[in-house]
Design a protein around this ligand. Structure first.
Ligand SMILES: Nc1nc2c(ncn2[C@@H]2O[C@H](COP(=O)(O)OP(=O)(O)OP(=O)(O)O)[C@@H](O)[C@H]2O)c(=O)[nH]1
Length: 339
């Protein structure tokens, strides 16, 4: 029985400080150094790819479909991607390093959204290729706002028209493509369906053309630069969004407060304590549910996924804590890693 089952309302006042983060990124760079000796065919390409678009347009689903692993959470609720997530795909002739940028947000102008918008702009200046996603139903004002963040003379922008499986009339795509070319000189336009895995290879071919010739930066075995801690936190957040749907306020984050992996008789075991941080006192009972039922379910589903990701049994405790107005608090953003 986990603690939240016994007394879900109770939140420990003094939690153990999070242990120093494992230096996954450094370790990966060290491995990448060893890649200098990796033999790749002549003409091999490698570079950074930003997938941008308004909230809920399907960025995370597309990256997941391309990379073939779960690298970023998807949910029906907009604006769930708050961290930049890299997914790495290595094919015979290229390595694609995907940077998933947060949705460009126009409705809620808090410190958090301002930072996210800044992050979109700075990402766009650094990458080799930009994939702008719009839906097959056509351009919306929010899509145009994202387009306005892209330098007007950029020659490395591909327009991907997403969710083509929802389009009733495939012929309607042609006028949309023509209209799009009038709006911006896209390097190419590719209609795709991430959900049905349609034309993803065509999209990859177009992206590949924009990448510079280079040896791979990342160990092909790795699919993400994010630590297991990050992925676990995202998993808990995903379960919360899935279970609570519209009830869950946007200002919800997850921190990992304890992460301990032990080995007994040759068997690995992970002990994880996480906190779901909500904006207001009134949000707490929503997340906890009647007699703790919601929180227990979030925890149960997350534990199963995390155990699968880690390949070992997991003990997971999830707490709920209120941090009033955290999404408008610069200091809090730093603490939570949304810097
Ligand atoms: N039918 C259909 N639905 C899709 C497709 N791609 C994504 N979706 C759905 O669109 C919704 C939003 O997808 P996400 O991938 O979370 O969108 P996002 O752009 O990453 O959203 P933010 O994190 O808010 O920026 C989800 O319900 C997906 O299942 C597609 O190709 N076809």
């Amino acid at each position: 029985m986990t603690k939240e089952m016994k007394n879900p309302q109770e939140v420990p006042e003094t939690q153990e400080p999070a242990p120093a983060s494992e230096n996954d990124f450094e370790a990966m760079l060290a491995r990448a150094g060893a890649l200098n000796s990796v033999k790749v065919p002549e003409g091999f390409r490698c570079g950074y790819v930003a997938v941008v678009g308004r909230p809920n347009v399907g960025k995370s689903t597309l990256i997941n479909a391309l990379v073939g692993e779960k690298v970023s959470i998807t949910s029906k609720k907009p604006q769930t991607t708050r961290n930049r997530v890299l997914g790495v795909l290595t094919t015979e002739m290229a390595q694609f390093i995907f940077v998933d940028t947060p949705g460009f947000q126009t409705k809620v102008k808090t410190q958090l959204t301002r930072r996210m918008n800044r992050s979109v702009r700075s990402t766009l200046g650094e990458v080799d290729a930009i994939v702008l996603l719009i839906e097959s139903s056509g351009w919306r004002p929010a899509d145009l706002e994202v387009l306005s963040l892209i330098p007007k003379d950029a020659s490395n922008v591909i327009l991907a028209i997403s969710k083509t499986d929802l389009a009733k009339d495939r012929n309607a795509m042609l006028p949309l493509m023509a209209d799009s070319m009038r709006r911006f000189p896209f390097a190419s336009i590719v209609p795709v369906s991430a959900e049905k895995h349609r034309q993803l290879d065509d999209l990859l071919k177009e992206i590949e053309k924009l990448l510079p010739e280079s040896i791979p930066y990342f160990d092909p075995e790795l699919y993400t630069d994010k630590s297991p801690r990050f992925i676990a936190a995202e998993t808990i957040r995903e379960k919360a969004f899935r279970l609570l749907g519209d009830e869950l306020p946007y200002g919800t984050a997850v921190t990992i407060d304890r992460w301990k992996e032990t080995e007994e008789n040759g068997e690995r075991h992970a002990d994880i304590v996480a906190t779901l941080i909500v904006d207001r006192e009134s949000h707490k009972p929503i997340v906890i549910g009647e007699k703790g039922a919601k929180l227990r379910e979030i925890s149960r589903l997350a534990r199963a996924d995390i155990a699968e990701q880690l390949g070992c049994p997991v003990h997971l405790e999830v707490w709920v804590r209120v941090r009033r107005g955290w999404s408008d608090d610069v200091k809090a953003l730093k603490t939570l890693g949304y810097d």
